[in-house]
Design a protein around this ligand. Sequence first.
Ligand SMILES: C[S@@+](CC[C@H](N)C(=O)[O-])C[C@H]1O[C@@H](n2cnc3c(N)ncnc32)[C@H](O)[C@@H]1O
Length: 293
Amino acid sequence: MEINNLFSKKNFILKEGVYIFDKSDNYTSNFGKQWKDFQNVQIDSLNKNNISFKFLNRILFNQMSILNDKTILEIGCGAGRFTEYLVKSSKLCVSVDLSSAIFYNVSKKNKNLILIKSDLMNLDFKTKFDIVICRGVIQHTPNPKETIKKIHSFVDPKGFVFFDVYKMPKLGYFHPKYLIWRPLFKFFFTYESVKKFLIKNISWLLKVKNFVRRLFLNSYFISDIFIPIWSYEGKLELSKKMHEKWSVLDTLDGLFAKYDKPISNKSIVKLLKNNKFKLINNDRKNNIFQTKI
Ligand SMILES: C[S@@+](CC[C@H](N)C(=O)[O-])C[C@H]1O[C@@H](n2cnc3c(N)ncnc32)[C@H](O)[C@@H]1O
């Protein structure tokens, strides 16, 4: 697609193959650092696994072929764990991220990929997309409900939106992640100091975390309360070394994102109804949605 047919405004600069609308990372600077430091960790092709593929398939409600020959808008692409699959099947993939993560996107050199550094709330396209995908992003924006409305403005009436939002924990904001761990870490430590500490100590921290989990009848819920270290034991098939990398990455992601605003499944369904968006599929367990306008 001709670039001039994509954007309504031409207030961008082109740098390293990325169309830059927002020079500043703004509130996403932690993500810029995170995806620079751990750019390869979740990329299937570089790790010879299919973890991100399976995850994408789950986000698409097992309809991978829905991507074939479509125009796709991927919002909050990060280092590109999903982009590498989206570019393969689509006619055109436009991937957006506000942070400098966009410069590390693994599919950067792909011909049918357009990379845009912009706040999704500032995006203004001339065209509508067949598929809009926004995974792992909405809870990290200042006003998640406005974000949900905005992402629906990009989709063609015949197309679909696929998105997720972190689920509100049973304890709400009284969950220790929100009540204790995030405020404590953000007040006393920096991303850099915690990264250094985690890289050095992750091996025994994971052992303690998993021990606590087994002690409490395999409860992820209880072990998460006591130890704010992300563990994938029993969830993902990873070597010890890769498990440690995933843990460091997601611990930093969980603790240092500026915004972390989960929403209950019920509230999202209500929001969709109030805005007359059609709900096609609802994965209540994982808070993933397929919708239409
Ligand atoms: C947790 S990461 C998820 C990356 C990838 N989608 C995944 O699922 O692994 C969230 C991404 O959303 C981006 N993001 C957050 N707010 C944004 C906004 N307003 N506009 C565009 N991107 C945003 C962040 O920079 C970050 O790369």
